[in-house]
Design a protein around this ligand. Structure first.
Ligand code: ADP
Ligand code: MG
Length: 400
């Protein structure tokens, strides 16, 4: 992918925007971009630099993302809506072409890394509530004030706030090494070379942590690590796939496990598709496991497996909804029963939370009462983010 039209190759200490930003280490990557931690010499703070692949289709999607991010940032002057902020954007010319670059506020680790860090045990319920509040605040803002659908909400796209720019960062110091700021060090000097070497070593270590595979621990499970005293503030990121409610581009949206039933069946989707992904994400925070992980084995597809898993947990899909989508005929007969998967093993959410995930009866009942309405098969019956924010569950508190 590092060729004409593809990614821009970055090395530690490369500069951007006429020397304003200095690359520190790679933070992550997606299909379209690489994201680097960069030092902003003008504000003397860290930023995230998202560098898009250069081919025209990637440039076009970067411009769309910039348009969305600008609307998001302009509509939130007090920075209180739990969505990432765009600082500026520019074009960078490299050997592979012209790359659109987005300068974003630097945030911390994503929530999936938090779940991994906690050894897939599920987070403490009070922390789950805090994260849910932030995500709902962000969704309410996107939906109600901007008419935007995120379309790819999931733990990877929810980032903890980093306090690296201000003082000590509890998460950073536990999970990834803190960087020193290379201020006032002339390029090419012996001191700068030493800093570069150190940063490279740390970057390598950070990459090693990131590449730890998602999946079970085969040996005896270690107890979850202590996350005490860590404030769970977070923000929604990745607006590359976001769309305006009135101007959708894709029929198939969302990452598989977080995909709403109306998207699978190709009925129409709207803001409520984000709400479905939100409920799947909240479940994963509380249990450490994905709510639906369809596999699609011999004889039936991932879509059919997915629909079956949904019904096993949430009950039979109402016939009108089951047969109402443009793809319904592929999966359902005219009675609204799955064509190829006939025997379903029903297990309601509260029972699953107790039996499989060992939540207390009270925690399980309360969480299920919060989540089940959001997982209504009828999209228009799901509560909005604004309505969810009023739910008493968010303000309950378990004794610590
Ligand atoms: P893509 O659209 O290519 O998927 P994302 O916007 O999701 O790109 O970014 C890819 C990864 O880069 C994220 O999963 C995250 O690890 C990291 N990242 C993105 N934005 C930030 C940010 N503002 N602060 C810190 N890390 C970020
Ligand atoms: Mg992404």
């Amino acid at each position: 992918s590092y060729r004409k039209g593809g990614y821009h190759a970055v090395r530690v200490a490369d500069t951007f925007a006429s020397g304003r930003y200095i690359a520190q280490r790679k933070l992550g990557w997606g299909q379209f971009s690489t994201v680097w931690l960069a030092y902003d010499t003008q504000t003397e703070a860290y930023v995230a630099l998202k560098i898009q692949k250069s081919a025209p289709e990637f440039a076009q999607s970067a411009l769309h993302e910039i348009e969305v991010l600008s609307a998001i940032t302009n509509g939130d002057p007090t920075n209180s809506k739990c969505v990432v902020r765009l600082i500026e954007h520019f074009k960078h010319v490299g050997p592979n072409g012209q790359h659109w670059c987005m300068v974003l506020e630097f945030l911390g680790d994503n929530i999936l890394r938090l779940i991994r860090y906690n050894r897939y045990k599920g987070l403490e319920m009070n922390k789950v509530r805090e994260i849910c509040k932030c995500v709902l605040t962000g969704l309410d803002y996107l939906h109600r004030e901007l008419s935007l659908i995120h379309t790819d909400l999931k733990p990877e796209n929810i980032l903890l706030l980093s306090t690296i720019n201000s003082s000590k960062d509890p998460i950073k110091s536990k999970m990834t090494p803190i960087l020193e700021k290379p201020e006032g060090v002339p390029n090419g000097s012996a001191a700068m070379t030493a800093i570069e070497r150190r940063l490279k070593q740390r970057a390598r270590r950070a990459v090693a942590t990131i590449s730890t595979k998602r999946g079970g621990f085969v040996t005896a499970p270690k107890p979850p690590r202590c996350l005490d005293g860590i404030d769970m503030n977070c923000k929604i990121v990745d607006f590359g796939n976001a769309c305006w409610e009135s101007k959708k581009f894709a029929e198939e949206i969302q990452t598989r496990q977080y995909r709403a039933p109306e998207v699978i069946l190709q009925s129409d989707y709207s803001y409520s598709a984000d709400m479905w992904s939100f409920a799947c994400t909240a479940f994963e925070l509380a249990t450490g496991e994905m709510m639906f992980a369809p596999k699609g084995t011999q004889g039936f597809s991932e879509d059919e497996d997915h629909l079956a898993l949904m019904m096993e947990l949430l009950g039979k899909m109402p016939r009108k909804i089951a047969i109402g989508g443009r793809r319904s005929k592929d999966y359902f007969d005219r009675h609204g029963d799955l064509k190829r998967i006939r025997r379903l093993k029903y297990c309601p959410l509260d029972r699953l939370l107790v039996d499989k995930f060992k939540l207390s009866n009270t925690d399980a009942r309360e969480l299920a009462e919060f989540l089940c309405p959001i997982l209504d098969f009828a999209p228009e019956k799901r509560p909005t983010a604004q309505q969810c924010l009023q739910h008493p569950w968010l303000n309950m508190k378990n004794p610590v």
